[in-house]
Design a protein around this ligand. Sequence first.
Ligand SMILES: [Zn+2]
Length: 325
Amino acid sequence: MSAEVLSVPCSALPWQAVSWQRLLPQLEANTLPHALLAAGPAGVGKYQFMWALATGLLCAHPSAGIACGKCRNCDLLRAGTHPDLLRVQPEADSRAIKIEQIRELIGFCAKTPGIASRKVVLLAPAEAMNTSSANALLKCLEEPSASTQLLLVSHQPSALPATVRSRCQVLAMGLPPQQPGIDWLTQLTGSADTAAQLLELTGGRPLQARDLYLEDGLERRQALQQALDSLLARELSALDFQQLTTELELIEVLALLQTRLDHVLRDGVLKQQGSPAIIAGFHFRDELARLQASIGHGANPNRQLTVEDCAARLVKTVGREPTKC
Ligand SMILES: [Zn+2]
């Protein structure tokens, strides 16, 4: 979690202004639905949006929903010790949100607020809950506590049980328009060209682009994109691609493949909607998403075989047609 996300005060990102303005009347009238679910691809700023909401809800003197940064609540939020905020996320040794954590959440919801006017639960990513955790959370969603605001974040809302999704108001946060992302990244990098390049390499996800820049990973990522280009042009085998990506975790390689697939599908959908190749591409995309979710839940498939298999399927689905001699 970056320091910026946890800053207080924190505002929504430029491309989220409309979503913020839409919630503001409910926020100020204290009539938000008891559970909100920010849903959309990773790296577009869903967590930051929810963090801004959480801090604004707990602050004693918010302005336009944004925390003041000066009151006692804000000091405690900044220190990470506010008694009325519960952040639920996978623990360091796990990818899953365990049932014990949801039991703690249920206990938290039952208490009266300590110093703020309400309590806030910020749970992310929601798809990290296994079936028993999600079932336990349903109790809170079905019998909401008047003094608790539940804020959920999900990169893969389709991996959540429908019963959980249907009890939340969903805030759809898709890929933002390009220009606000480029402008935002230009403030960081000082170069609109670099900003545009970073955004392109991360499939239009500004926060992933920022992380890539901060990790000094631009060159490394460019090399991986070139490897993907060669793979899709059938100039590189799935085995060679696997060997070029050994420094990445399996879930990172799958995300890389999915980002490229999304890219190809986006272009393809515009040109040839409904074609068998595009339909097969969307099926494969669903499989990649399910595979990532299952790894998130603790599955541990063989890395080498999985990367080779998925790389080969990407080529089969959206690779360049083999040249006929
Ligand atoms: Zn404050």
